[in-house]
Write a protein of this length. Structure first.
Length: 363
């Protein structure tokens, strides 16, 4: 059962305010496009927005409040402030409508499914166009949520465009996508486009520690690695494969100064055998040397608050003493080159071996 509210969304205050204000002042668009990375919270935002729109308790309160304003019956600041807080438009998660939405069986909140994993076809959208002509069953709106909207082919987008041009007054379409550039410009021009922004690292760390009780050290690593994506951080915090990958990287970085070529090859083989994400491996290498740089700049003088791999202080200090600033810069450039080569389909083993040799050379 989904009992999330706006308070469960981290670091998207402007986006939330935009959606809450739309409900509060009855300025609701017929179409919204929410763009964000995978796991960034697009679906959660769409679910909460849909529940808030259909929520029976909030709808009654908001309508009553709007009527009182129109009659001039709110005169004191206390009532005005209450109207402006957005409290009235949160889904109550208790009314019949909210319970139906939480259980996934609200008749007027429709999730558009597609049979083919990589394509939303014109047939999928035609079914939406046919169904949208029918009035809502119980709520004031009929809401369609199309996740992975970038998978709509050209025919599907053109079919949807016809509905967006002349939507029924009760219809709301929520498009969720990782890439707005995959959408027709004519569709974008008819949508309220909302972008999920990267969340500050400290905010993610605090959320992991206080909301899902992730230990300080682990929360710091996951928050740094997630690059502003709260959902990614949550996934990493409970991912055993990520723990194994992190241990593999730490072991390699600790010992790389003394590695021979055959030992480097063995380390690289572990990456492919375990089927670890190659970009994730490089990201962790980057974070390690970021910590080495921070330790060299600040930690040698006692300031280690910004270090991510706090449990590896001894090895970070050793690396910081042995590496020059110029050497650390060369390593960071080498990691970046390795990422570019892998993206260009250069042989992975050779690319990683060259990177390892570059790192070894700075010690």
């Amino acid at each position: 059962m989904d009992s999330t509210t706006w308070n469960d969304i981290v670091g998207q205050d402007m986006l939330i305010e935009n959606l809450q204000s739309a409900i509060k002042y009855n300025k609701i668009s017929h179409a919204y496009l929410i763009e964000g990375e995978r796991l960034s919270g697009k679906r959660m935002i769409a679910d909460i927005f849909a529940r808030a729109l259909q929520c029976e308790c909030d709808r009654e309160d908001t309508q009553q409040q709007t009527s009182l304003f129109s009659l001039g019956m709110f005169e004191d600041n206390e009532q005005t402030d209450k109207a402006d807080t957005g409290e009235q438009i949160k889904p109550c998660n208790q009314c019949r409508s909210c319970r139906q939405a939480q259980n996934g069986n609200h008749p007027d909140i429709i999730y558009v499914e597609h049979e083919k994993p990589n394509v939303i076809s014109v047939d999928n959208i035609r079914r939406v166009n046919e169904d949208i002509a029918l009035k809502p069953y119980s709520g004031p709106y009929k809401i369609y949520i199309i996740d992975e909207a970038e998978k709509m082919n050209m025919q599907a987008q053109n079919a949807l465009l016809k509905t967006l041009e002349e939507p029924p007054e009760y219809a709301i379409i929520l498009l969720l996508t990782t890439r707005t550039e995959a959408m027709l410009q004519t569709i974008l021009s008819r949508c309220m486009v909302l972008n999920i922004k990267p969340v500050a690292e400290d905010a993610i760390k605090n959320y992991l520690m206080h909301s899902i009780q992730v230990p300080d050290y682990r929360a710091a690593v996951c928050a740094s690695f997630a690059r502003g994506n709260v959902g990614r951080a949550i996934e990493l915090a409970s991912n055993e494969a990520f723990d194994r990958l992190k241990s593999l990287v730490i072991s390699a970085m600790k010992n790389i100064a003394d590695m021979e070529i055959h030992q480097m090859s063995a380390e690289i083989k572990k990456i492919t055998e375990e089927k670890f994400d190659k970009d994730d491996y490089l990201d962790l290498c980057f974070i390690w040397f970021r910590d080495v740089l921070l330790y060299k700049a600040c930690g040698l003088y006692g300031d280690t608050n910004r270090i991510i791999f706090k449990e590896e202080r001894h090895d970070l200090e050793d690396a910081a003493r042995r590496c020059s600033y110029e050497g650390i810069e060369k390593v960071i450039h080498s990691i970046s080159r390795a990422r570019s080569r892998i993206a260009a389909n250069v042989n992975f083993d050779l690319t990683m071996e060259l990177m390892f040799l570059d790192i070894k050379a700075v010690f």
